[in-house]
Write a protein that binds this ligand. Sequence first.
Ligand code: SF4
Ligand code: SF4
Length: 260
Amino acid sequence: MSDQPYEPLRPKKGPLGELFAPVAGFGVTFSSMFKPTVTEQYPRKKTPPQTRYHGRHQLNRYADGLEKCIGCELCAWACPADAIYVEGADNADAVDGAPEAHMSPGERYGRVYQINYLRCIFCGLCIEACPTRALTMGPDYELAGPTREGLIYEKQDLLAPLAEGMLAAPHPMAEGTTDTEYYRGEVTAPTAEQVDWVREHRPDDPTLDAASAVVAGDAPPPVPDTHHLRPDQDRAEATRAAATQSSLDRRPVQTEEARP
Ligand code: SF4
Ligand code: SF4
């Protein structure tokens, strides 16, 4: 033990500081009293969170519509909460009798992809582990629901929507490319061969017209979807509606005898 008297590191207050010290804690209160009151109109009006907010996950696509996920399961292994379940499969088996068709560039794709939002702690380790930037996290924060099953998001819930001009998978990779060109961002639109392949195998595909326009130069190349808050009439709305209905169903039913 040292015999030196204790010297606090914080500089000593002056006489004015000493005078106001007992009420210094009210400084924040007083300054807040003169600020305008802001009432968020949630859920009628959704407020976008800060730019780097990490909310619901999204499985992204390349500009020609192929999925970025290659089913490698690295995200599932990185997850400390064991919230992700992935089953990969060979692209060659994606379409019976058409080994040239791909769901994603390369050999494998994510056939099954689930995130259990009852377990997820939104740490972001999964998106750091993803080698293709297939998995990212966006601003969507409406992740509550009345059932456990509803909070296990399947691949179709997580997959980014097809942007205008993209060609729905499965279809062949852009001719003359490997997965490396995809990773480097050198595939920027569907090609004529891809459009022809889809026209031959799925003539009713709704994405054909827009993709054909891109190939013909009549429309700009597709811009892969960035994260967004989901529109009102979607899963979040359905979840709220289900929750409301469920609480209505749980109300005690009054019998004739119980009524006054
Ligand atoms: S954010 Fe964290 S807890 Fe959630 S799925 Fe990713 S790794 Fe798992
Ligand atoms: S999201 Fe990324 S890390 Fe997870 S399986 Fe797909 S490619 Fe692999």
